[in-house]
Write a protein that binds this ligand. Structure first.
Ligand code: URA
Length: 230
């Protein structure tokens, strides 16, 4: 029996997650006539910043989203997670990682003695791409300054990119997840490590063991950076 299209899609996604692939999917339409506004330099609180950008229409995702998904967690967090983009649940609720992948992320955090209240969680894109397609280059260009501003306000000591797309996008590389795991990168002055996306762990439970090793390292780095015993 030949595989169903859904099975083929999942297989390709899993291969890409581990072995890498093209950084960006082919652009569809670059034409959108929405206005781009510069960010206010003086804003220094997350709430004020959210108010400034929550009605963003800088790219086409602004008109298809249900809710703008700014971020959640401790505004003074030393550890910040960066996912790819909101999914359906997140788009409905306006909060990142609230679906099945989010539940797994919560469980992993618990296993390293942390909770959502200790860390900050955001995405590269603040609006859901239709049908969860990969972010377009133009969308990343519009949205990444928002993430940078969040990082500037929160000042985390350690960033964790969740999944290959988040990592390759932020680090401007085409490396595979395997090549990036275990390295410490500099993302605009903040240390960044890379691990599996929780959704990938749901698709392929064999990756839970290496992911657990990553999270133990993340816990140790986090504690060390806070001057706590690792
Ligand atoms: N996947 C992500 O990358 N981010 C979310 O917020 C939810 C799922």
């Amino acid at each position: 029996m030949s595989p169903k299209p859904e099975q083929i899609k999942t297989f390709i996604e899993e291969e890409l997650e581990i072995f890498g692939g093209p950084l960006y999917m082919p652009e569809q339409s670059e034409n959108h006539d929405m206005e781009t506004r510069p960010l206010s330099k003086e804003i220094q609180s997350l709430g004020a910043f959210e108010d400034e950008i929550k009605n963003c229409l800088n790219c086409e995702l602004g008109s298809s989203r249900n809710k703008f998904v700014f971020g959640v967690g401790n505004p003074n967090a030393d550890l910040m997670f960066v996912g790819e983009a909101p999914g359906e649940r997140e788009d409905n609720e306006g909060v990142p990682f609230v679906g099945r992948a989010g539940k797994l992320l919560d469980d992993i955090l618990k296993a390293i003695d942390l909770s959502r209240e200790d860390v900050y969680i955001a995405n590269v894109l603040k609006c859901r791409p239709p049908n969860n397609r990969d972010p377009k280059k133009s969308e990343i260009e519009q949205c990444e300054p928002f993430l940078l501003k969040q990082i500037e306000i929160i000042k985390p000591k350690l960033l964790v990119a969740l999944g290959r797309i988040s990592a390759t996008t932020l680090l401007r590389t085409k490396d595979s997840l395997t090549a990036m795991r275990g390295q410490v990168f500099d993302y605009h002055g903040t240390d960044m490590v890379v691990t599996y996306h929780p959704a990938a762990l749901l698709r392929n439970p064999n990756w839970k063991r290496p992911a657990w090793e990553d999270f133990q390292k993340i816990r140790d780095m986090y504690r060390e950076k806070r001057g706590e015993q690792a």
